[in-house]
Design a protein around this ligand. Sequence first.
Ligand SMILES: Cc1cc2nc3c(=O)[nH]c(=O)nc-3n(C[C@H](O)[C@H](O)[C@H](O)COP(=O)(O)O)c2cc1C
Length: 236
Amino acid sequence: MKITVINGTEKHGVTYKLKENFLECFKDKAEITEYYLPKDCPSFCVGCTSCFMNGENTCKDYTYVNAIEKSLLEADLIVMASPAYVMHATGAMKALLDHFGYRWMPHRPAPEMFSKRAVIITQCLGAGAKSTAKDIKHSLSWWGISKIGVFSGALMGDIIWDKLSEKKRKKLTNKINKLARKFSKINYKKHAHTKLITKIKFSLCRLIQKKVKKSGVDSLDCDYWQEHGWLDKNRP
Ligand SMILES: Cc1cc2nc3c(=O)[nH]c(=O)nc-3n(C[C@H](O)[C@H](O)[C@H](O)COP(=O)(O)O)c2cc1C
């Protein structure tokens, strides 16, 4: 199986430690590819909207975004890890998610995403790990992923792993290991179950695209839906 990991920071801190713990369960059976932000996608989306209008290959950051996307599409499991920065995902993670705006369901969702699993790993000092996970989950679910596991933790002590109490370290490690065991038992040859809410979102987006088609307006998104047969009987 293949795992693609997006690290929302380059720091080898607590998020890194927990992510390494998670991957431990997969080390002997998975091909793991990791990206570190901002290094692997250093520029912000500037809002030119060219990805939506003219195609993702016209983005000034296409080389970076495309390399990551290819890896995400090939992965059986996607892992997104970020500490909380002011109660949210790191700016670097948000910048990457912005670059994938064109992959949201109302635009040009990748069919591969509907059968994937993902795990989000977030932690913070006191408060904000849950809202950080929500930031990431929002994108993943609108990319079409139904099965998303979440680890969120609060250190409530020190920000350095080795300075945390033994009890706290054990609690966090047990929690991440439990999630890792759950995801390592999955048969990745089988597609993930598509949730009802994903189907509802898809149907609403389909209605929008059908309206666009009826209006006769030129739209890359609408052409994409048509090419995939989603305006007819096909489904991702
Ligand atoms: C810019 C910045 C903002 C932060 N904001 C929060 C926050 O809103 N809530 C919180 O509990 N911790 C916050 N922290 C603390 C980090 O989430 C915490 O230290 C975390 O363990 C860092 O993870 P790391 O070791 O993987 O970098 C912030 C840290 C930084 C650098």
